[in-house]
Write a protein that binds this ligand. Structure first.
Ligand code: SAH
Ligand code: SF4
Ligand code: F3S
Length: 443
């Protein structure tokens, strides 16, 4: 039996796509090799969002090159956003690569492997949904749902519109059927994926009545028996409407967590980023969220050092962080990406030490708030979906709350179970607790 090895970089969409690649390969009769050196087919699902992502991948590719030299009949395949963004150069720069494909062409990998093609092949059309391929889920009780692909935004720093193409939504009936099948398979938590999930449906035909929007999709999925939790990522603040926010308070399975990428707190920089909202509009969305879902966990993405960002602009970002008090935030140093508008801006580049210093201040503020916000869970008993054993302590279990907080706890529940955990302490990153059952028998 032939064996494959797949390494995944990047976002949850790539994790989803990799599960589909694995499902497809296994339906072709391949099995997974534990080590790259033992594989007949060495695959990478790549990301190009920041320079660090590129660099990390290139070092892995070096090893693949060596393995190919040792055993030339091995197939080296590179898929995903990095491959797409270098489609014109990939074979010239990396001649040991046999097959390269973009995120919309994962199905072509099967075509390549089943043909007797001896020459390198590249597939880069924006065509199919990976969601149509069979999946091999990492965890039986959690599923990804690709609701749309691509992005119609034009954020000036971002490579994604060029690597994933224009936005295309999948029809709601198809999504409902997929989630019904997942539920029948034992999935309890579904995460809806798209580059801009809350613009879902705008490209779909109107049919007899209204075009189905994101909020109505949430409603349809909430009704499916067996699905206890629905999450989604990422929404765009410009499209964060009241109906979506209300879904969090009205629909039982929609979790109390919203990831609302800020990027910058300065309206001037937001404009240069082409985010199409300003600071006030963002803050008004946050106010609306807090009004409908007071206990919600809010998380975000922030970029520091965008070209032209002044100390004053940065202060505005810090100020939003202080006002909103996020439960956690991903913070990134601006990275110029090939082909993007922001990479072309020659002037006003923020000096490296300034970026580093701003990042330190930002991280301090983010962590302070994350820690403070997490204290509200101490003393509460919360529902946890058990994911496995704790990474740091094999005697403890690890799971996630509806607010998307990681909990390490003493308990007996099995992975995939929902259980009640009493929270005893909290850091900025994780909660610590005890399964309610144990606490009760202890007295
Ligand atoms: N479609 C999603 C996620 C995009 S990528 C969204 O719009 O929210 C995830 C995050 O990476 C972005 O939110 C942004 O904060 C960051 N990012 C994207 N391009 C970047 C760049 N060139 N430099 C630094 N960070 C970047
Ligand atoms: Fe990139 Fe902006 Fe689209 Fe997100 S919304 S993928 S940041 S272009
Ligand atoms: Fe990376 Fe592509 Fe996702 S660039 S972050 S893998 S959409």
């Amino acid at each position: 039996m032939k064996r494959y090895h797949l390494t995944t970089f990047g976002c949850q969409m790539n994790e989803h796509d990799s599960e589909r690649m694995k499902g497809m390969l296994e339906s072709l009769g391949y099995s997974e090799a534990p080590e790259r050196s033992e594989a007949d087919v060495i695959l990478f699902n790549t990301c190009s969002i920041r320079e660090t992502a590129d660099r990390r991948f290139i070092s892995h590719l070096g090893e693949a090159k060596r393995l190919k030299r040792e055993q030339p009949e091995r197939v080296i395949g590179v898929g995903g956003c990095w491959a797409q963004s270098l489609k014109d150069e990939v074979f010239a720069r990396f001649p040991f690569v046999d097959v390269a494909f973009g995120p919309g062409q994962v199905n072509r990998l099967a075509e390549f492997l089943t043909s007797d093609s001896l020459t390198a092949q590249g597939y880069f059309e924006f065509e199919g949904f990976t969601g149509h391929l069979p999946a091999r889920r990492e965890r039986t009780f959690q599923g990804w749902l690709q609701i749309s692909v691509g992005c119609n935004c034009a954020c000036s720093y971002c490579i994604v519109p060029s690597t994933r193409g224009r936005e295309v939504s999948r029809p709601p009936q198809e999504l409902v059927a997929e989630v019904q099948a997942m539920a029948a398979d034992g999935v309890r938590e579904v995460t809806l994926l798209g580059q801009n999930v809350n613009s879902y449906g705008r490209d779909l035909p109107r049919g007899d009545g209204e075009r189905p929007g994101f909020a109505s999709l949430l409603g349809m999925l909430d009704e499916i028996e067996g699905i206890e939790r629905i999450r989604y990522t990422s929404p765009h603040p410009k499209d964060m409407r009241e109906d979506v926010i209300r879904a969090h308070s009205e629909l039982q399975s929609v979790c109390e967590h919203i990831h609302l990428p800020l990027q910058s707190g300065s309206s001037r920089i937001l404009k240069a980023m082409r985010r199409t909202y300003d600071r006030e509009r963002y803050l008004s969305r946050v106010a609306m969220i807090r009004e409908h879902v007071p206990d919600v966990a809010l998380t975000t993405d922030i970029i520091v050092g965008f070209p032209g960002e002044s100390e004053e602009d940065f202060q505005q970002t810090l100020d939003v962080v202080e006002q909103v008090s996020y439960d956690s935030a991903f913070t990134f140093v601006f990275s110029p990406r090939r082909g993007t508008e922001a990479a072309e801006i020659g002037e006003g580049i923020v000096a490296h030490p300034v970026k580093v210093e701003r990042m330190e201040r930002l991280v301090e503020a983010v962590q302070r708030h994350a820690k403070e916000r997490a204290q509200r869970f101490v003393g509460r008993t919360v529902e946890v979906l058990v994911e496995g054993t704790s990474r740091t302590d094999p005697d403890r279990l690890r799971g996630r709350t509806r607010h998307n907080k990681v909990v390490n706890f003493a308990g007996l529940a099995a992975p995939g179970e929902l259980t009640d955990v009493e929270i005893l302490s909290a850091t900025s990153q994780t909660l610590r607790g005890e399964e309610r059952l144990l606490a009760r028998t202890a007295v």
